[in-house]
Design a protein around this ligand. Structure first.
Ligand SMILES: Cc1ncc(COP(=O)(O)O)c(C=O)c1O
Length: 482
């Protein structure tokens, strides 16, 4: 990961906001070391970040130079800090990978309760929609079946959906793909080369981290505050890292569930333009607003910056088994994305495209069902966690598919290890980190039925007891999904 410096003021603010008042008898340098260690563990300060010099942090904290020197020495001793010639003191995460690997999907049909996956089952009526689509194939079998950018009737419907969300779109701006992840790979192919830097929120969707790294690009992490995406921090990170591409999930972010408001979207658009950076905006979870009575959906980020490349997907709105998504690109970028497409694959199966067209026509009813299901599951999960694991902290997102929980101790990997023998599969927090850490966090999706989740929380409470009582094991290189 490319190194990014953090200012002394930012470190001082983070320490003040997250470290409890000094414990009596604990020397000040140990308090600062412990505070910094926690900030690394919960992903607010990323692996590879350059800390301020001792002198600068001394001034920002208003303590003595020996206090800061002592804190840095403790961190160096414990493997959290490396001194690099010319780079000062750089954060390292002992025993942990710099981030997890991609998540491997399971079919969700086995004995194990799969909480490593944030993906709902198909809504009722899916088989019938496929049957209708089979009948519709009659119009297509006389042709070659090759539609590398998608059938016109599907691209028109996808474009019309953007228009109803406040973003007028020409169907020629749409390229259908086999899912949003394939759309990301396509965009990366078309837009960047090896060694380029791509800024990503941390935590973020693990398979997107893997897609960026496998494209030969270098990831730059932007720690997400619980309050959401900070446009100033985004701009600073773009400037410091010279990243010209940013991958963002502004709608019910995976895994945090954060929904970026319209004002912030405007500021993000301006920051991107000032830094000559283009955003790939992944809207896979964007249709999953649950609290429709309380929250008005902000307009798409591309409304605020017409250079944005948007990724969409049928996977969460409808069903992951469809394997259909799309890229919406500014018209001048379309030819090079089409070119990239032609050497990747030659399109999405016609049958699945016809299914998507029908589902888009019936979107209102499908979403109503999805919303009711997610509301039941989210609220049941929240209730069960408050009841059985009251010291886990989380905000309740207004939509999306998961809760991002802060654990009272950095034992996420141990929790996953302890949960598996109890029949619960989980992804550790570190799998979502761009720059390590996040051992204090775990994502709990609410895509499964409410009763299943309530039962699973019983298991999680038992697993958590085992995790806090057992020995600390470094986070494993996670190989895990959605
Ligand atoms: C943000 C995000 N993007 C993309 C995907 C994968 O989407 P698709 O199935 O369309 O490839 C997921 C799945 O969880 C996701 O959360």
């Amino acid at each position: 990961m490319a190194p990014v410096a953090i200012s002394s003021r930012r470190v001082a603010d983070l320490l003040r906001a997250t470290t409890p008042a000094a414990r009596p008898g604990l020397p000040a340098y140990q308090g600062i070391a412990e505070g910094l260690r926690r900030l690394v563990a919960d992903g607010r300060i990323l692996d590879g970040t350059r800390l301020p010099s001792e002198r600068d942090l001394t001034a920002a904290l208003g303590v003595s130079r020996t206090t800061v020197a002592g804190a840095y020495a403790v961190l160096r001793d414990r493997g959290y800090l490396a001194s690099r010639r010319g780079s000062g003191s750089v954060v390292t995460v002992p025993g942990e990978p710099s981030s997890g690997g991609p998540l491997y999907p399971s079919d969700g049909l086995g004995e194990v309760v799969d909480l490593s996956l944030a993906a709902p089952s198909a809504p009722p009526g899916m088989v019938e929609v496929f049957e209708e689509a089979v009948a519709g194939l009659a119009h297509h079998v006389g042709g070659s079946g090759y539609h590398p950018f998608g059938l016109a009737q599907v691209r028109e419907r996808v474009a019309a959906r953007y228009a109803t969300r406040g973003l007028p779109t020409d169907p020629d701006q749409i390229i259908l793909t086999t899912g949003a992840l394939a759309g990301l790979s396509l965009a990366l192919r078309g837009l960047i080369g090896p060694g380029d830097r791509v800024l990503m929120e941390s935590p973020t969707y693990p398979n997107a981290i893997a897609a960026v790294r496998d494209s030969g690009a270098r990831t730059v992490g932007l720690p997400l505050d619980p309050s959401g995406l900070d446009p100033h921090a985004l701009e600073l990170a773009l400037r410091q890292s010279a990243a010209r591409l940013a991958y963002l999930i502004p709608d019910f972010q995976n895994p945090t569930g954060i929904l970026v408001d319209e004002d912030t979207r405007g500021l993000v658009g301006r920051a991107l333009r000032r830094q000559a950076a283009v955003a790939i905006v992944d809207e896979t979870p964007a249709e999953l607003l649950i609290d429709i009575e309380d929250v008005a959906m902000p307009r798409p980020l591309a409304t605020f910056d017409d250079r944005v490349i948007t990724l969409g997907s049928a996977s969460k709105t409808f069903w992951g088994g469809l394997r259909v998504g799309w890229v919406r690109a500014p018209l001048p970028d379309v030819p090079r994305l089409q070119q990239a497409r032609l050497s990747l694959d030659l399109g999405v199966p016609v049958l699945e495209q016809l299914v998507l067209a029908t589902l888009l026509d019936r979107q209102g009813a499908v979403l109503e069902h999805r919303r009711a299901q997610l509301r039941r599951s989210r609220d049941a999960l929240v209730g069960a966690l408050h009841d059985r694991l009251p010291d886990w902290r989380f905000s309740v997102p207004p939509g999306g598919l998961s809760l991002w929980c802060e654990l009272p101790a950095p034992r996420s990997t141990a929790l996953c290890d302890a949960a598996l023998p109890l029949g619960i599969r989980l992804a550790p927090g570190s799998a979502f980190g761009v720059g390590g850490g996040l051992e204090s966090c775990v994502r709990i999706p609410f895509a499964l039925e409410a009763e299943v989740l309530v039962g699973a929380v019983d298991g999680l409470a038992r697993a958590w007891r085992t995790a806090v009582e057992g020995p600390v094991r470094p986070a494993a290189r996670a190989s895990l999904v959605a």
